[in-house]
Ligand binder design. Structure first.
Ligand SMILES: NC(=O)c1ccc[n+]([C@@H]2O[C@H](COP(=O)([O-])OP(=O)(O)OC[C@H]3O[C@@H](n4cnc5c(N)ncnc54)[C@H](O)[C@@H]3O)[C@@H](O)[C@H]2O)c1
Length: 364
């Protein structure tokens, strides 16, 4: 799924051409090839896509025989660590889908390898692309420019449909995904850190698998992925954040709603509708400005094919710009690690029934 979204996003990126596809699953390779063939020709070139693209079944073969500048890793979460190994050794720039890995210890190993294989100007970027949704970007501007005063609370609500079907049903088991609060919610933990400009200190969560996938069976096993949770996070700045996740809430207008409150005012983003509201306490009740920003400048070909309001395309533009300028990644492997660590802390809190200190999770 995500590989195809990336292909369509890259198709709308000037100066970029997909030169190879890699997947051990033939049907996925065919689907990716079809997506590539249906994309418009590379911007600035005249040829059609998808005909001369090399195909590989293993990343080792890809690295051994193919000449490429950037690799995009959109494989199941539990494979990220192994897939990244040859790619990091190759010296190519890498965008790896979230979560960076399924555990903090795997994230640390990847970061150690990134450092050991350091190449000047090489960009390693984690695909936490909710940062690049137009309403989220606007919310970040309002949160960080001082107009809201000192930031005190962040509330994020995601009410949505259940997890989709994946190739080989890997996302039905926490050992493959890292658990719902790592797999899905790393996006929101990343946003909390970014909005507040502070680090989490303590996480308290309650959650369960109450409704979804209980009637499914894979190799004799029932899925073990939670489908609803409430998570509270304390930050070093004194701010607190909450996440309200429900994955059996199809009857929802805005899949994500994000609210940030400072001592002077508030901003909220209704992501699906593309609405951002801001207001200052000094102006009193109901004095909010409502901006219907939609999803910004995203090309129609991208919006049509992506499930993330064009954020993958914006993310690729940001990464391309960093590569060209020799600038570091905006979304680093450290960001990837922290978003996984917060999810891991939330899962541990549910298991133990008590708050978990981030220092417990991040201890060497
Ligand atoms: N950023 C987002 O919002 C977002 C949304 C969905 C998925 N994702 C992430 O994207 C990644 C892929 O998810 P998906 O939904 O596309 O899953 P998917 O099951 O639809 O596709 C994964 C593909 O990877 C292939 N694969 C498995 N092992 C491989 C290997 N060693 N080398 C090459 N290919 C391999 C599979 O055959 C499959 O075709 C996951 O990490 C997932 O968490 C991110």
């Amino acid at each position: 799924m995500m590989g195809v979204e990336h292909i369509h996003a890259l198709g709308a990126l000037a100066g970029c051409e997909v030169v190879a596809l890699c997947d051990p699953h033939h049907e996925s390779l065919d689907r990716a090839g079809a997506a590539l063939a249906s994309s418009p020709p590379p911007i600035g070139a005249g040829s059609s896509r998808g005909t001369s693209v090399a195909r590989f079944n293993s990343v080792d073969d890809l690295v051994a025989t193919c000449d490429f500048d950037v690799a995009v890793v959109a494989t199941p979460n539990f494979t990220h660590r192994a897939v990244l190994e040859p790619l990091l050794h190759s010296g190519a720039h890498v965008l790896v889908e979230k979560p960076l890995c399924t555990t903090v210890s795997d994230c640390r190993e990847v970061i150690a390898l990134e450092q050991a294989t350091h190449v000047r100007g090489r960009v390693v970027w984690v695909g936490l692309e909710y940062r690049f949704m137009a309403p989220t970007m606007r919310l970040l501007e309002h949160s960080r420019n001082g107009e809201l005063g000192r930031l005190r609370m962040v509330a994020i609500r995601e009410h949505r449909f259940p997890f989709l079907q994946k190739v080989g049903d890997w996302n039905r088991f926490s050992c493959n995904t890292g658990g719902t609060l790592v797999e899905k919610c790393c996006h929101f933990f990343d946003l909390m850190r970014l909005i507040l400009g502070s680090e989490p200190t303590r996480v308290f969560a309650s959650g369960a698998q109450d409704v979804n996938h209980l009637d499914e069976m894979y190799d004799g096993k029932v899925p073990d992925i939670i489908d609803n949770a409430l998570v509270i996070v304390d930050f070093a700045s004194g701010a607190r954040a909450s996440l309200d996740l429900c994955m059996f809430a199809e009857a929802t207008k805005n899949e994500q709603e994000i609210s940030v409150v400072g001592d002077l005012g508030k901003v909220e983003a209704l992501v699906t509708e593309g609405v951002v509201r801001t207001g200052l306490r000094a102006n009193g009740w109901f004095q909010c400005e409502e901006d219907r920003i939609g999803h910004g400048d995203v090309p129609a070909s991208v919006l049509q094919h992506g499930a993330h309001h064009g954020s993958s395309w914006r993310q690729h533009m940001a990464m391309q710009s960093a590569i060209r300028k020799g600038a570091p990644a905006t979304v680093t492997t450290h960001d990837g690690l922290m978003s996984v660590a917060m999810g891991e802390a939330a899962h541990r809190s549910i298991m133990l029934g008590r708050p978990v200190l981030m220092s417990e999770i991040l201890a060497p």
